[in-house]
Structure formats: C-alpha cells, structure tokens
Design a protein around this ligand. Structure first.
Ligand SMILES: [Zn+2]
Length: 276
C-alpha cells in the first residue's frame, strides 16, 4: 500500500492537464507542469538547471511550468523549490522522444555556409536576440491558453533533426505554419513586444514577452506591424507571413521559450497537442 501511495505521489505531476496549463509532455523539447501546493502560501521560487521557472496559479494551487531542453538527458531530473525559508526538491522523469529527420535543399548556399561577411553580421545580431531571449519580467499571467498565430498548413513540426543540403544542423526549434505571403499573424496571447528586427537567418522578426520567461518569436515576416515596447492583447496583429531569412517558401516559424529553453509551441494549442 505504501508503495502504491508513494508511486501515485510521484506520478501525479505527469497526469496534470489542467485547462489553463500547457499539455504536459515530459520529453526533450516538452513541458512539465508540477503542482507546488496551496495558493495561501506565497508564490514559491523555482529553478530548473539553474534557470528561473514560470510559476502560475491554477485550481487553487501553485504550478511550476518547466521547459525541458531538447538536449536534456533521459531519466530523472529535479526542480528546486524555495517557499519562504523552506527549500525542497521535486523529482520528475524525462522520457525519450524520437524526432524524425528532415532533409532540406536550400538554393542560397550562403544560408547554409555563410561567408565571412555574413558571419560578421550573424555575430553582430546575437546580442539583441540574446537580450530578448533573456528577458524576465513579472508580468502577471492568467492562463496559458494560446490561440494559433496564423491560419495555415502545419508544414514542419518542432524538433525535427535537420539536414540542410545534406549537412547536419541544429534541430528544428519551432513550429512552421505555411501560408501565402501577406497572411495576418496575430499574437497567441497578451504580452509586450520586446524586440523587432531583420536578422540573417530569422528574417523579419518579432519577439514577445508574456511574463516570467515565457517568450515567443515570429520569424520570416514580409511585414512587421508592431514596435518594441508596445503592449499587445491576444489577437493583436504582429505582422504578415513572408519568406525573409533562411526559408524554402513563405511560412511563419513560431518559437516559444520557457526558462530560456525552446519548447514545442504545439503544446500550448490544445487542438495541436492532442495529436502528440
Ligand atoms: Zn521553422
């Protein structure tokens, strides 16, 4: 009996699928929501792999919403939870997910093997992008119910092992939605525009901060309709689909980051995550 109770206790975090939380999928590139206790206590501070983690109120409980890096090792991991003077550790298990491979031919060879000038440009763009991705604000988050930013065809899922012109590259870090150039892109959730720019690989880009390290990115736009510092609501137009940067055709590449980790955006959209 004790053994059953013990295993139930440790399994509970994996069964969580509260309405306002993203779908739990404890795999590399996935998300796990872990119940931390009653909301009558102050909000706990949580870290995972030394990075601050989003904490949110749901069903009278505090929850940590933890992004799992694509490079995370399979097996047992833990979050550190600080609540007042109390500190404790909650363990969870990351299971394997075998992401398929994708082979892409890029006509513009400089998009696969940049020349020295391109590399200089790429390096010069990094600080602005990193600054956006390292944003931590205390914006309050009521729920994590996202709406899809573009109506279109899901052309490449998150996590694909990628080969450009037969060369192995980083795995696909977002979700691609193909649509014709000029299709509206709207904010999936409320937030603030933290950066817009025209970058070598990402093309015309918008980054949003939704609060507590939940950041989203919109790449390859033909047109940007917002400015840094602008506060936006769910559904605000961010720009239009295009094919700027490294692309094979017009689409939106959509990134979502939690605790400085790229996670599968589909987990925030119930209709899409149901298919996982
Ligand atoms: Zn993409």
């Amino acid at each position: 009996m004790i053994k059953i109770l013990f295993s139930l206790f440790f399994c509970l975090p994996f069964l969580v699928h509260a309405q306002n939380l993203p779908t739990t999928l404890a795999v590399p590139g996935g998300i796990i929501s872990i119940a931390l206790g009653d909301i009558n206590t102050p909000a706990p501070e949580v870290t995972f792999l030394d990075k601050k983690v989003l904490v949110l109120e749901e069903n009278q409980q505090w929850y940590a919403v933890v992004g799992i890096p694509l490079k995370a090792k399979i097996g047992q991991h833990s979050i550190q939870v600080k609540s007042g003077k109390k500190e404790n550790t909650i363990n969870f298990t990351i299971t394997d997910k075998d992401y398929p491979a994708q082979y892409i031919t890029i006509k513009n060879k400089r998009m696969v093997n940049p020349n020295p000038d391109d590399l200089k440009r790429i390096r010069s763009e990094r600080p602005a992008i990193n600054k956006a991705l390292n944003t931590w604000s205390l914006r309050s988050i009521n729920d994590l119910n996202f709406q899809i930013p573009v109506i279109g065809r899901l052309s490449s899922p998150f996590g694909l092992k990628r080969f450009f012109n037969k060369q192995p590259k980083n795995p696909h870090s977002g979700l691609d939605i193909a649509a014709i150039t000029g299709t509206d892109i709207s904010a999936p959730a409320a937030g603030i525009v933290i950066n817009t720019g025209s970058y070598y690989y990402n093309g015309n880009t918008v980054f949003l901060d939704h609060g507590q390290g939940l950041i989203s990115g919109y790449f390859h736009l033909s047109k940007i309709s917002v400015q840094a510092g602008q506060i936006i609501e769910q559904g605000t137009k961010l720009g239009e689909v295009g094919e700027t940067g490294r692309v094979t055709g017009p689409h939106l590449h959509w990134n979502v980051y939690l605790n400085k980790t790229k996670v599968d955006p589909a987990l925030f959209i119930p209709e899409l995550s149901a298919a996982q």
